[in-house]
Design a protein around this ligand. Structure first.
Ligand SMILES: C[S@@+](CC[C@H](N)C(=O)[O-])C[C@H]1O[C@@H](n2cnc3c(N)ncnc32)[C@H](O)[C@@H]1O
Length: 245
């Protein structure tokens, strides 16, 4: 998927994610951010400097929520390859009047990405299945970047859709986001390849739990993101960390 596709989707992004009235999406993102904030709270200590880096930050929703939930001393960076996404993030930041958040227009697979940051302890994260839109051939570099940034004292976090239950979970997630992905074709849900794709070029890879644990080289159990559907809790995603916290 090329970068321009996200430029085209940026104007619909908040309607389809942060402000989506559909109960599946609103419950998913609330549950996801609660799990992420609780994991951060587990390691953030007031006497140390921390930087949270959101890799593929979209319109900034994850950072704005975390800023409100975490200690004031934490710094935040959002990095995104789409200039319109970055512009929307900056507009929202100024309306919300939130300090200590910087947005950078940059490719998160750049091996020299460390140059943007100081020597604080880093918590790089990649949320809402953004790993699924990083091209396959750059995926290893992306994971290397995240793990290197986290070093010994931070940790790396991935939130991804549930590839172990793709056939059920994918329609639950993409149907309510149709105005952003713009088209859902008969063959959009590719169970063989574990991917959602459409004839306009949108492509998002899904992963099994074991695939992500392997990429993170992690033994920690992922935390399920559960959403009630027809009165039953369904696991639509997981939050993974690269170490036991
Ligand atoms: C599914 S959106 C997720 C946005 C955000 N993480 C969230 O949870 O709302 C994926 C974002 O990743 C960005 N992206 C895709 N490939 C990227 C890359 N190589 N470098 C930086 N950003 C990228 C896109 O521009 C888009 O804003």
């Amino acid at each position: 998927m090329d970068g321009d596709a996200w430029n085209d989707m940026s104007s619909e992004y908040d309607n389809c994610v942060e402000n989506n009235p559909h109960h599946v999406i609103s419950n998913f993102i609330e549950e996801e951010i609660t799990i992420i904030a609780n994991l951060c709270k587990k390691i953030i200590k007031p006497d140390k400097k921390y930087t949270i880096i959101d890799m593929g930050s979209g319109t900034g929703r994850v950072l704005f929520s975390l800023k409100k939930r975490l200690d004031d001393s934490v710094s935040f960076y959002g990095i995104d390859a789409s200039e319109p996404m970055i512009q929307l993030s900056k507009q929202k930041q100024s309306k919300l009047n939130l300090k200590n958040i910087s947005f950078l227009h940059h490719d998160v697979t750049d091996p020299k990405i460390d140059e943007f940051f100081d020597d604080s302890t880093k918590i790089p994260m990649c949320v809402y299945n953004t790993i699924g839109v990083i091209p396959h051939q750059k995926r290893q570099q992306f994971f290397d970047n995240m793990l290197r940034l986290a070093g010994q004292d931070g940790f790396t976090l991935i939130s991804a859709f549930n590839g172990d239950d793709f056939a059920f979970a994918a329609p639950q997630i993409y149907n309510p986001m149709k105005s952003m992905v713009k088209r859902i074709d008969e063959d959009s849900f590719d169970e063989q390849k574990l991917a959602f794709r459409n004839s306009l070029g949108y492509y998002s890879q899904w992963f099994t739990k074991n695939q992500i644990k392997d990429l993170l080289k992690s033994t920690a159990d992922p935390i399920p993101i559960q959403v009630p559907i027809n009165n039953k809790a369904q696991i639509l995603g997981h939050v993974f960390v690269d170490r036991v916290l």
